[in-house]
Design a protein around this ligand. Structure first.
Ligand code: SPD
Length: 382
């Protein structure tokens, strides 16, 4: 069907000089040749770790922007990795751990480069953290640091005092990995993270070896350590321990330190006399830096940039740190973080502790296969 000229437009053109009409026509043609920049629908799909945001963060973002947020949670890097690798996850913002996961995913092209012009708070980020992140994300092109914590041990102070011989150290991986110690805690409940990338390096640190080692001999030694204590483990899980520790249902948990801080807070709030101790073992522990990134096929990349920029506001990120017990990398947020959290040596550890923390590098496919086999064997016993 021929296109009928709009009468009003024709009348407007009729009153113009030829030059004006030609300019307007050129402008119109130019606009037609530009890529469609239709405004995104007011929707954002976020996939984050469980227990990793303040209760009002999303509400505030929606109130300010009108963007409705679908918020889903996971508790393992492997779950996120599987969704991203399958493609078309539908997620706009996700929160992988920098090493090894972000590193592998950036290499695989699973994230889109960030448009820094849309991240106005970028300049507030701690340059030391940004520099460290470059090993996983060269040039800091794809990811913004979100929350930071070591992986350590949480325990029920009274139960350990009752069950362990006087003088048993509390600041060592031996609490978990020495069969003579952990067997005494079997009855009150011991849990391990359901994550080979966390458990084997911790066992290596206990043995005095390099936690980040990728040697198959070291892996075999770590697997042997874990097999020996396996009969004392009630379960492998990466989030359930928060409530169980707080309620006194388990007495020793291998966990992400911020989650252990939440367990300690929940126990205090419940007021049932459960007192939780938290340690970053003296032999050294994994330092986890989780980042925000935008999948390459995110349906709402503009909204994603807005959300990431919103998260980096000092008041917003400080409220998250105050809720979840993880440190953040936004320097102007420091004065807004509660004094007791800033002073908590497991959340903002002193330099001597930091110096012993390490990251787990990406593994070769061969090493990953061996590690996965070792993990299945340790968990199932065959
Ligand atoms: N509930 C939040 C858990 C965050 C876990 N971060 C993973 C760090 C990996 N070392």
């Amino acid at each position: 069907m021929p296109i009928q000229p709009n009468r009003q437009v024709s009348r407007a053109f009729a009153g113009m000089t030829g030059k004006m009409a030609r300019s307007l026509l050129t402008l119109g043609l130019l606009m037609l040749s530009l890529p469609a920049t239709a405004a995104e629908e007011k929707l954002l799909n976020v996939y984050n770790w469980s227990d990793y945001i303040a209760p009002d963060t999303i509400e505030k973002f929606t109130a300010e922007t009108g963007i409705k947020v679908n918020y889903d949670v996971y508790d393992s890097n492997e779950t996120l990795a599987a969704k991203l690798q399958a493609g078309q996850s539908g997620y706009d913002v996700v929160f992988p751990s920098a090493s090894p996961f972000l590193a592998q995913q950036v290499k695989a092209g699973l994230y889109q480069p960030l448009d820094r012009t849309k991240i106005t708070n970028w300049g507030s980020l701690d340059p030391a953290i940004l520099k460290a992140l470059q090993t996983s994300d060269p040039g800091n092109a794809h990811a913004v640091p979100y929350m930071i914590a070591a992986t350590g041990i949480g325990f029920n102070i009274d139960k350990l005092n009752k069950l362990l011989p006087p003088g048993t150290p509390r600041d060592s991986w031996s609490l978990l990995f020495d069969p003579a110690v952990v067997s005494k805690l079997k009855g009150c409940g011991v849990s391990l993270l359901d994550a080979p990338v966390e458990v084997f390096p911790a066992a290596l640190a206990y043995l005095g070896k390099t936690g980040a080692s990728q040697s198959t001999e070291d892996l075999a030694a770590a697997a042997e350590v874990v097999s020996k204590i396996r009969p004392n483990i009630r379960y492998f899980h990466s989030s359930k321990y928060i409530n169980d520790l707080a309620n006194g249902d388990i007495c020793l948990a291998h966990g992400y330190v911020g989650d252990l801080v939440q367990a300690r807070n929940r126990a205090r709030e419940a007021g049932r006399g459960v007192d939780i101790g938290i340690v970053i073992p003296k032999e050294g522990a994994i330092l986890g830096v989780d980042v925000a990134a935008i999948p390459v096929d995110a349906p709402h990349p503009d909204n994603a940039h807005r959300f990431i920029d919103f998260l980096l506001r000092p008041a917003i990120i400080a409220a998250i740190t105050n809720t979840v017990g993880y440190a953040n990398a936004v320097l102007p947020a420091r004065p807004l973080v509660k004094k007791e959290i800033l002073a908590d040596p497991v959340v903002y550890p002193p330099e001597a502790v930091r110096a012993k923390e390490f990251q787990v590098p990406p593994a070769s496919p061969d090493f990953e296969r061996v590690r996965t086999r070792a993990w299945t064997k340790v968990k199932t016993g065959h």
